[in-house]
Design a binder for this molecule. Structure first.
Ligand SMILES: Nc1nc2c(c(=O)[nH]1)N[C@H]1C(S)=C(S)[C@@H](COP(=O)(O)OP(=O)(O)OC[C@H]3O[C@@H](n4cnc5c(=O)[nH]c(N)nc54)[C@H](O)[C@@H]3O)O[C@H]1N2
Ligand SMILES: Nc1nc2c(c(=O)[nH]1)N[C@H]1C(S)=C(S)[C@@H](COP(=O)(O)OP(=O)(O)OC[C@H]3O[C@@H](n4cnc5c(=O)[nH]c(N)nc54)[C@H](O)[C@@H]3O)O[C@H]1N2
Ligand code: SF4
Ligand SMILES: [Mo]
Length: 670
């Protein structure tokens, strides 16, 4: 028996980027555990990755290239060889480029793997081809836009500071599901005496772990933050000395905005009673070093950027920034640690090509002209399930004249609509370099098992396509390891020669962020800019969400589940069965008003679509809101449509992000 333990990294889109130990026996991953020596993981893994072997060796894995043999969406395909697949794709693209121009080809990729080489493997190829470019903004760009409007380029504080705080607020983050190591840190802070508060739209497992949870109406946190600051001004608990030295424009904010944001007024908007807002404001102001960990949940609304900007004013007004442990953390950025431009190769573009928002794929496939999108190449993403306005996306994918290629590990909703499907490796079958967005670590890894079937990794496929399209560029001859070497070759502020050496050895390394001292604000004025005249809205203020629609009185919140990650992990039967089925959670009051009972089959609808759910009546959801968790594959749900048949292609107020959580619906029995 040949048995070995290998070090590798979790490839999924999760802020923790865990170190994994994989036990391999005769070429199969038989056990996966959290690396005890990894600075963030420290031996703790989430339930999804504990059985990663079931994903990697799933009987559902695609093993050969496939050519469509039935109608689009039928899932009927015949196996073909790689040579034939590449030839068919390149022949078709040559014709399309001659007839419609290269911008008629649209790549679509996002976060199936977070490895820097495999994730960005297509950029150089599509830039060289002159294809349309994808604006990759589905996740939370509104968070960055909101932060930037107030804080400019000020870097994030160290997530580890949470331990020094006396009041931790997890705001719009379901850490127990989505960032389990931040949750562990929150527990540790609490054991040391900090109070733990959660602000969410429903009672999540994270809320259960808190000393107190506050449930707001979806997209209305800005009102809560404004009311808190109103109370702080009224009660004289703002830090005037800190403001005078560090903040720009507080006087105007104080005189033009806050007087209209009394708790009485804002209570109606955010759904929290006046006395609770008062209490929360006092507790925040009285804490010495309150630490706000801001999630992405509240950013996916029409007012998402403004909400982040408004909440981020709190530590400026209270002076929390003065003390270690105090402040607000939106997420860390390690983007500058590696020379990504040497992989993405924007210099390969002869001129900047058309940009298409990934949040508006439905419109791009149905309405975009000059040129029409004639070919879609999807890799490590599942837009038929995860993109907003699913009906529009699928209508586009059904077009007979659209040539669709999907490179995937599984027969996803998107792959079902492909003309050609290409089998992709899992992270255990290819090399890559990973960096984290919830901390400052990085790690390189090699393949630890042989490839499954004829799968190929993203970079290998783009090398074959470059050859097929006769793209004459030495770059396309590099191996994955050579590209990794380009990324870690040179030292910089983040990576010393020693860190690079340890990266080469496959160790998990803690990089040194190019940080600045506390209260060194990287804004044009050198202060926290509560007043920012460069923004369309110069001051933070109350902005409405999108989802106010007559006839659709309930707010639907699509939420995450600990048992899946976006549409990934539905291939693991055990995890999926624990979720049981696609559930819609509703407060007893709303259910009573509609004559619905627990377990009913129900339909949630709005002007975009109708989706079937199984109803679960629960006090965990406040009246007026309904919640569904997970992004289900259509093969496991009734009616064939997931929650994104109800979400819209409208964009956020800043950052052109998705407004996936900004949804109005009505619910009825089937
Ligand atoms: N298990 C698991 N882990 C994941 C993912 C997953 O799907 N499953 N997804 C990964 C990805 S891609 C991302 S971007 C991150 C996201 O991770 P998080 O930042 O945690 O974001 P979400 O889970 O989308 O939303 C967080 C919480 O915000 C709440 N929320 C929604 N709207 C509002 C609002 O208006 N106000 C307030 N206060 N709360 C609101 C939701 O109910 C949810 O509990 O997680 C990553 N990790
Ligand atoms: N309703 C609703 N919609 C959402 C969300 C939500 O919470 N609710 N979350 C949103 C967010 S925050 C995000 S970030 C997006 C995420 O959207 P996506 O990035 O599309 O993420 P996944 O759904 O995980 O799909 C990734 C696919 O990549 C494939 N894959 C994995 N590794 C590889 C590889 O190495 N090569 C190739 N070729 N394929 C690979 C997997 O099999 C999987 O099918 O979804 C968004 N959509
Ligand atoms: S999904 Fe997140 S918590 Fe789970 S193993 Fe991967 S990085 Fe760690
Ligand atoms: Mo995301």
């Amino acid at each position: 028996m040949n048995q070995q333990i290998h070090r590798t990294v979790c490839p999924y889109d999760c802020p923790d980027t865990c170190g994994l130990l994989v036990e391999v026996e005769n070429g199969r991953a038989i056990k996966v555990t959290g690396d005890p020596d990894h600075p963030m993981t420290r031996g703790l893994l989430c339930p999804k990755m504990l059985h990663y072997g079931l994903t990697v060796h799933s009987p559902r894995r695609l093993t050969t290239p496939l050519l469509r043999s039935g109608t689009k969406g039928s899932g009927q395909f015949s196996p073909i060889s790689w040579d034939e697949a590449i030839r068919l794709i390149c022949d078709r693209w040559r014709v399309l480029i001659a007839e419609h121009g290269a911008e008629s080809i649209l790549p679509y990729s996002y976060a199936g793997t977070m490895g820097m080489v495999q994730r960005n493997a297509g950029h150089a190829f599509f830039h060289k081809l002159g294809a349309s470019r994808l604006e990759r903004t589905i996740c939370s760009p509104a968070k960055d836009a909101g932060w930037k409007a107030l804080m400019g380029d000020t870097p994030a504080i160290d997530p580890g500071e949470m331990a020094q705080s006396d009041l931790v607020i997890l705001w719009g983050i379901n850490a127990a599901a989505t960032s389990i190591h931040a949750m562990r840190d929150a527990h540790e802070a609490r054991r040391r005496g900090a109070r733990l508060l959660v602000i969410d739209t429903y009672r999540t497992p994270t809320a259960d772990a808190a000393d107190e949870a506050f449930l707001v109406k979806p997209g209305c946190d800005g009102a809560l933050a404004l009311a808190m600051m109103h109370v702080m001004v009224r009660d004289g608990s703002v830090d005037r000395a800190f403001i005078a030295a560090n903040v720009l424009g507080f006087e105007r904010f104080e005189s033009e905005i806050l007087p209209y944001c009394s708790p009485e007024r804002m209570a109606e908007v955010c759904g929290l009673p006046t006395e609770i807002i008062e209490k929360l404001a006092r507790e925040y102001a009285d804490a010495k070093s309150p630490f706000i960990r801001l999630g992405s949940g509240l950013t996916r609304y029409g007012n998402g950027a403004m909400t982040v900007r408004t909440i981020s004013c709190l530590p400026a007004v209270s002076g929390a920034w003065r003390h270690p442990g105090g402040g607000i953390l939106c997420g860390t950025s390690t983007g500058a640690a590696f020379p990504m431009a040497s992989i993405t190769r924007e210099d390969f573009m002869l001129q900047p090509t058309r940009l298409v928002s990934m949040n508006q794929l439905g419109s791009a496939l149905n309405d975009l002209s000059d040129p029409l999108v004639k070919s879609l190449y999807v890799y490590h993403s599942n837009p038929a399930a995860i993109a907003p306005d699913q009906n529009a996306v699928i209508r586009g994918l059904e077009r007979d004249d659209l040539f669709t290629v999907v490179h995937e590990r599984f027969m996803t909703d998107t792959a079902r609509y492909a003309d050609i499907v290409l089998p992709a490796t899992s992270s255990l079958e290819h090399a890559d370099l990973y960096r984290c967005y919830g901390g400052y670590h990085a790690q390189r890894c090699s393949a630890v098992i042989p490839v499954i079937g004829e799968s190929k990794n993203n970079w290998e496929v783009f090398r074959l396509l470059a050859q097929g399209m006769e793209l004459d560029e030495p770059f396309f001859h590099f191996s994955t390891d050579e590209l990794i070497e380009i990324l870690i070759g040179e030292e910089n502020q983040w990576r010393t020669a020693d860190i690079n050496l340890r990266l080469r050895r496959g160790e998990s390394v803690q990089m040194t962020p190019a940080s600045s001292p506390r209260c060194d604000w990287k804004t044009p004025s050198g202060r926290i800019e509560i007043l920012n005249d460069r923004e369309p809205e110069p001051l933070p203020r109350l902005l409405p969400t999108h989802a106010v629609q007559d006839g659709f009185p309930l707010r639907l919140q699509p939420a995450t589940t600990p048992l899946a990650l976006n549409s990934s992990f539905y291939e693991q039967d055990d995890l999926r069965q624990k979720q049981e089925c696609m559930v819609l959670m509703m407060n007893p009051v709303d259910a009573g008003q509609r004559g619905l009972t627990d377990g009913d089959a129900v339909i949630a609808c709005n002007t975009l679509g109708e989706v079937e759910f199984t109803l679960r009546i629960t006090e965990r959801i406040p009246a007026g809101t309904v919640v569904t968790e997970g992004v289900w594959w259509s093969e496991f749900i009734g009616g064939g449509r997931g929650v994104n048949a109800l979400t819209s292609q409208r964009l956020t107020d800043g950052g052109r992000g998705s407004t996936l959580y900004d949804v109005a619906v009505e619910v009825r029995g089937v």
